[in-house]
Each structure stands twice: as structure tokens, then as C-alpha cells.
Design a protein around this ligand. Structure first.
Ligand code: IMP
Length: 202
């Protein structure tokens, strides 16, 4: 079976990826399986650049195909902030939400989208980069306890619940991450024979 490294230490993310890719002939490793690895600085200027540099660094270090993701929230009225700085917008999740709500106070336009980009690296190059997006609005006050990050203030289009009010399985059907993963699966299914031929099995 071919191996691929998910460039994360986050066991929740790893579990999610293992479930999403369960039908593939792939053994999914994580950075915990690559002792001594040091994560590169996320100094890209787009989700794509950050996902690319994380995937390439992991693939090169581990000498295996690897994929990495980068994600965040873009708020239209804030010139798409926090964007790639979503995780660094304030100290913790409640403070990050608070900052967004303050910055949006008095603004009519509350449109926003979550973005997730997953890049796949192999043999020293990026072989694919896949983007998932979900559009919605930022509500006035946090609602719900599920999920993480900005979920309590993000209401996806077509729903009257925030991401934090949806059951995790419901969110995982429609989320930016799920959409990017769907594209990765299509790619992996198409390219699997190429990976097998070039690499053999490990
Ligand atoms: P990273 O891709 O793990 O670096 O996450 C970037 C940041 O974007 C997270 O720390 C969250 O603040 C935000 N974010 C990304 N995806 C989601 C999501 O599905 N719900 C809520 N916040 C998210």
C-alpha cells in the first residue's frame, strides 16, 4: 500500500483525513512519524503558498508524497481579513471572534467565506493544489458550542444555524475542508496508478 504524509501534528485533523480517505489504497502517516522534522515558517502571502511550502517541506524531509492544508476566514467588508492570519488574529478563539465582531460593528455587509487549500507534493514538486470554499454571513453574537475557531459566528448560506450549531457530521459534509478533500480524492483516484508506478509500494 502506498504511503502519504499528512503534514500535521494535529491528531484530530489526522483522524478526519483518515476517515475522508478511508476508501483509498493509502496509508496516511503524520509528522509524528517523521522524527526530527521542523515545520517551516508560514510566510506565504496566500493560502496556496502556505499549503505549498508546508507540503513540500514535509515531502522532502520524509522522502514520501505529502499533503498539507492552510485555511481561514475571509470577511468581505474587512478586505478579506483575517484570511491567512486567521489563527493569529488574536490570542484565542473567543478573542478572535470578539475582534471580528468589533471590526464589523455598524457595517451592513457581513458576507464572509471560509477557505481551505490542500496541496500535494511529490518528488520535490507540488503536483496539485485544491481549494474548497463555503460562503455565508457573520452573525451579531456567537451561537453554538460545536466546532472551533470562528464557527459560532459563521452561518453558512442556506442554513439558519451557525457552524457551531450544526452537528460535526453536518458541517463536515459542506465545509471548505470537505470540499477541498473531495477534490484531493478525485486527484488521488486519477493519479494513483502513476504514484504506484513511479514509487512502487513502500
Ligand atoms: P489552520 O489551517 O489550521 O492554520 O487554521 C487557520 C485558522 O482559520 C484556524 O485557527 C481558525 O481560526 C480558522 N479556521 C479554519 N477553518 C475553520 C473552521 O472550519 N471553522 C472555524 N474556524 C476555522
Amino acid at each position: 500500500m502506498s504511503k502519504i504524509v499528512a503534514a500535521t501534528y494535529n491528531l484530530h485533523k489526522l483522524e478526519e483525513y483518515r476517515k475522508l480517505l478511508a476508501g483509498q489504497e493509502l496509508e496516511i502517516l503524520s509528522l509524528n512519524d517523521c522524527p526530527g522534522y521542523e515545520e517551516p515558517e508560514e510566510n506565504g502571502s496566500s493560502f496556496e503558498e502556505n499549503a505549498n511550502l508546508k507540503a513540500l517541506a514535509a515531502a522532502n524531509y520524509c522522502d514520501l508524497p505529502a499533503f498539507a492544508d492552510d485555511s481561514g476566514l475571509e470577511v468581505e467588508a474587512l478586505n478579506n481579513a483575517p484570511g491567512i492570519y486567521s489563527a493569529r488574529y488574536a490570542e484565542n478563539d473567543p478573542a478572535r471572534i470578539d475582534r471580528i465582531l468589533k471590526e464589523l460593528a455598524g457595517k451592513e455587509n457581513r458576507r464572509a467565506r471560509f477557505v481551505c487549500v490542500i496541496s500535494v507534493a511529490f518528488n520535490g514538486e507540488i503536483v496539485g493544489s485544491f481549494r474548497g470554499e463555503i460562503y455565508g454571513t457573520i452573525i451579531e453574537k456567537p451561537r453554538g458550542i460545536n466546532g472551533f475557531g470562528y464557527d459560532p459566528v459563521f452561518m453558512p448560506d442556506g442554513f439558519d444555524k451557525t457552524f457551531a450549531e450544526l452537528a460535526p457530521a453536518e458541517k463536515n459534509k459542506i465545509s471548505h475542508r470537505a470540499k477541498a478533500v473531495e477534490k484531493v480524492i478525485e486527484f488521488v483516484e486519477d493519479e494513483m496508478s502513476i504514484l504506484d508506478n513511479e514509487l512502487g509500494t513502500f
